[in-house]
Write a protein that binds this ligand. Structure first.
Ligand SMILES: [Zn+2]
Length: 386
């Protein structure tokens, strides 16, 4: 009773594509990119592999319409997180109308739906106008090198028209994801003065100083959680990720390092998290002029948002409804490649099949959702590419 799409999904899950920059020794994306390339060529789509890292190519397929028109990108990442603790990560069991296995929900279900949508289009007379570009990209679970390489095709080349729209088929339970959070990784150091533990006049305790900052951050963040924040994403947040400091029992610690993560919402500048911590550090210096600390931004990714009344959002909602979904809107707490495409100037939303257990030890995607997603994406291409 299963369509080709579900068989293909099972083939994708059976291919190990654990991200090697996340998990040393991970298989990478070469084999899964080749499998998707073969499937799309069989459908009649032009396919190329775009090298990103050694043995880690993006797979890009183009279904051309009969005349010029808008370009729709359907994007999904090829990599998965690791499989520690899973009993049969690459054995795609189908049970209770679900497909189990690593990457089933995040996001081989979405990839299978994308390829299935292109198959539907090809099997039902092709595309009237414009083109559908399938982008299977590497490395989303780490540094999104694949989406960056894909988006770079349009940078610095005015002759290449920027695509008109993109859908990233990450799991949204078939709702239309118009916003997601960004994040910033920050490194804070307090610098005290080492001294014998018996000599409080000489020592300056970098760990206790970090404690002052931590207490401020805690209060600051709790107050912020009371605020409304973004209508779909709520307020920003932060948490302490790692802390390190001290030398020995009997020595005043001269240094303490804190690494923390701040989740951002649309509208916040990339440097806002650093500015916020700098302001708190300044106020701590006001209270104690010996207090010494610094903050640096290690890495950051912007939050992403498409206006609710954007034409793409309306098209995706209508396509979702035509496939039996509600067409409801949502925001996603996680960061996704849609931000990279959005920064490249491509209006991007998220829309994909639901399930459970992403990054967990039991992961599945719902069969009906995958098929509805496929249906909706094909409908979307027909309504947008005219
Ligand atoms: Zn994902």
């Amino acid at each position: 009773m299963f369509t080709r799409t579900i068989d293909f999904l099972r083939e994708l899950i059976a291919i190990d594509s654990v991200n090697p920059s996340l998990v040393p020794g991970g298989a990478g994306e070469q084999q899964i990119a080749e499998a998707i390339a073969r499937e799309m060529r069989a459908i009649g789509v032009d396919v190329e592999l775009q090298p990103v890292e050694p043995r880690r190519p993006n797979v890009v397929g183009v279904l051309e319409g009969r005349r010029a028109g808008p370009t729709l990108v359907l994007c999904g990442h090829l990599d998965t997180v690791g499989v520690a603790g899973m009993t049969a990560p690459f054995d795609p069991v189908v049970r209770d109308n679900r497909v189990y296995g690593r990457g089933a929900e995040d996001m081989k279900g979405g990839l299978a739906a994308i390829v299935g949508a292109v198959r539907r289009l090809a099997d039902t007379g092709g595309l009237e106008a414009g083109r559908v570009v399938v982008a299977g990209v590497v490395d989303e679970e780490d540094a999104s090198r694949g989406a960056e390489a894909f988006a770079a095709r349009w940078r610095g080349d005015p002759a290449r028209r920027i695509p008109d729209a993109a859908v990233v088929a990450e799991p949204t339970d078939l709702r239309v994801g118009i916003a997601h959070k960004g994040f910033a990784w920050l490194h804070v150091t307090t610098t005290g003065r080492a001294a014998h533990g018996s000599r409080p006049r000489e020592g300056r305790d970098a760990i206790l100083w970090m404690g002052r900052l931590l207490a401020r951050l805690d209060a600051y963040d709790r107050a912020r959680q009371e605020q409304r924040g973004h209508p779909l994403l709520g307020p920003p947040s932060l948490h302490a990720s790692f802390i390190e400091g001290g030398r020995e029992w009997s020595t005043y610690p001269d240094r303490c390092d804190l690494r923390l993560e701040r989740r951002t919402i649309p509208g916040e500048d990339l440097d806002e998290p650093v500015m916020e911590i700098s302001r708190i550090l300044e106020s701590l210096v006001q209270e104690d002029e010996e207090f010494c600390a610094s903050v640096e931004l290690v890495f950051a990714r912007r939050a992403h948002e498409v206006p609710e009344d954007h034409e793409l959002v309306q098209h995706v909602r209508a396509a979702a409804r035509a496939a039996g979904a509600t067409g409801g809107l949502c925001g996603l707490s996680f960061w996704a490649d849609s931000a990279v495409l959005g920064e490249a100037g491509i209006p991007s939303v998220l829309f994909g099949p639901g399930g459970a257990g992403l990054h967990g030890i039991e992961e599945y995607v719902r069969v009906d959702d995958v098929l509805a997603c496929e249906h909706a994406l094909a409908t979307l291409a027909r309504s947008l590419c005219v």
